[in-house]
Design a protein around this ligand. Structure first.
Ligand code: C2E
Ligand code: SIN
Ligand code: FE
Ligand code: FE
Length: 418
């Protein structure tokens, strides 16, 4: 979780503000994952306004869905809290501040949301504060309007801090920044949503072929992978911006790790029992088929999809597959060969291996029962250095409370992806 500076920097000129917006906008237009984009948008607005927290709601099916939320105070001690508040829905009506903002399409600003007075017919829902022990005070609530003036969401920023780091009001400079930046943020959100629609279409194709490749499973793998990566990379002191860019692609590419299964026949893919050796050798080809699917490498995202598809079943000790195969682009079955080992396996593959096996063991499959948690964790620990990169397993255990929160958030829901 990124921490925002406690104190406000000195006053800027309008020109400086606009230049800053231009630079940030260029940056966010290159983000392809919607969650990572929302995270970055909130972070930038909070950085500019020195605000403690913020939330983005998206309009969906005539409701407002809490799609992303940040709070320095609440989530600092317990990052897993963040997943608790995601995806809550509120009605799209003028009774709430977010609803009023979406319906009227105007910016609303309050010095203290506990004293709304006559400025808005809406009321602040204190339940969130009551549940969490937090005190929301100043707030600015901004509609996210698309080019055709349609409100696609609402961004709320709360508890701006003054020069002394105390909760105060939003300044005129804040309002100028937010009103301009909101336009660019909206464009970036619409672009990421269209990328997401393409990805979801692909995931649905995989699910049609293999009904056990559910939305819950792919979302868990994608989310586990980015959280493990975050910890692993932070321990190495990687720059925050590099981590963010990498995570953006990793989330999507990890979700597509088994896309190559669409090329495996039903007889094998849907076999209710154990695969024999020949069948398993064909099944192993899903790694190669997935690689071929993305090998055009039209974009950095495609390149990462190809890399993960190919390497997610390699093992640290060299006993995995498909290994260093010649003729990877034309072969039709796996030729047993030496696997890649340790650092020959890309970090993406080493991370997705941990995420995928954890999820496979703790879940029920057509060919196996769910294992109990203690047994799974014991297995993960014991496989460090044989199947898995020990440092990736270490990162996995360090964030295990987050892993559990993700498992809770993406419980099996076969209806939808994401
Ligand atoms: P999957 O079900 O997602 O499993 C991913 C990986 O989790 C497996 O890769 C394996 O490393 C690990 N895993 C899953 N279940 C177990 C288990 O009971 N014990 C242990 N020690 N590890 C487990 P793997 O083996 O390369 O398999 C790749 C994919 O092939 C599996 O993905 C699944 O779709 C399919 N598959 C593997 N074995 C069988 C089988 O006996 N029957 C059927 N129908 N499918 C299988
Ligand atoms: C994506 O964002 O492209 C995948 C779906 C999700 O984030 O839930
Ligand atoms: Fe796989
Ligand atoms: Fe998998």
């Amino acid at each position: 979780m990124k921490k925002v500076l406690a104190k406000r920097s000195k006053k800027k000129t309008d020109k400086e503000i606009l230049r800053e917006i231009l630079k940030i906008s260029e940056d966010i237009l290159n983000i392809s994952d919607i969650d990572i984009l929302l995270d970055k948008i909130l972070y930038e607005v909070r950085r500019f306004t020195s605000a403690e927290g913020g939330t983005i709601f998206m309009v969906e099916d005539n409701k407002l869905r809490m799609s992303y939320t940040q709070n320095d105070i609440l989530f600092e001690e317990n990052p897993a809290n963040r997943y608790k508040y995601l995806n809550k829905e509120i009605p799209l009506d003028p009774k709430s501040i977010a609803g009023a903002t979406a319906i009227n399409g105007d910016v609303l600003e309050f010095k203290d949301v506990y004293k709304l007075g006559s400025s808005c017919a809406c009321g602040f829902n204190k339940q969130f504060d009551i549940d969490s022990g937090y005190r929301t005070k100043s707030m600015i609530s901004i509609p996210l309007k698309s080019a055709r003036n349609r409100v696609i969401g609402v961004m709320q920023i709360i508890n701006a801090k003054d020069e002394n780091g105390k909760v105060g009001h939003f300044t005129d400079q804040d309002k100028l920044f937010i009103s301009y930046f909101a336009n660019d943020a909206t464009i970036a959100i619409e672009k990421a949503k269209s990328t997401r629609a393409m990805v979801l279409r692909m995931l649905r194709m995989v699910e049609y072929r293999d009904p056990k490749e559910t939305g819950g499973h792919v979302n868990r793998i994608g989310t586990y992978a980015v959280e493990i990566y975050q910890r692993w990379a932070e321990k190495r002191g990687f720059p925050a911006e590099l981590i963010r860019r990498f995570k953006d692609k990793l989330k999507i590419a990890a979700m597509l790790h088994d896309a190559g299964k669409i090329a495996i026949s039903d007889q094998i893919l849907k076999k209710p029992g154990k695969l024999d050796e020949d069948e398993f050798n064909i099944m192993k080809m899903h790694a190669v088929f997935g690689y071929r699917l993305f090998s055009g490498k039209e974009s950095e995202l495609d390149a990462m999809c190809a890399e993960i598809a190919l390497s997610h079943h390699e093992k640290w000790d060299g006993s995995g597959y498909p290994g260093k195969m010649e003729g990877m682009m034309t072969s039709s079955c796996i030729v047993p060969a030496a696997g890649k080992k340790d650092m020959e396996i890309p970090i993406t593959g080493r991370i997705v291996a941990v995420a995928d096996v954890y999820d496979a063991l703790i879940s029920k499959r057509v060919y196996k029962d769910a294992w109990d948690e203690d047994h799974v964790l014991e297995y993960m620990k014991a496989s460090a250095g044989t199947h898995f990169d020990p440092e990736v397993v270490e990162a996995f255990f360090e964030i295990y409370d987050i892993i559990k929160a993700i498992r809770e958030q993406f419980k099996e829901n076969p209806e939808k992806h994401g």
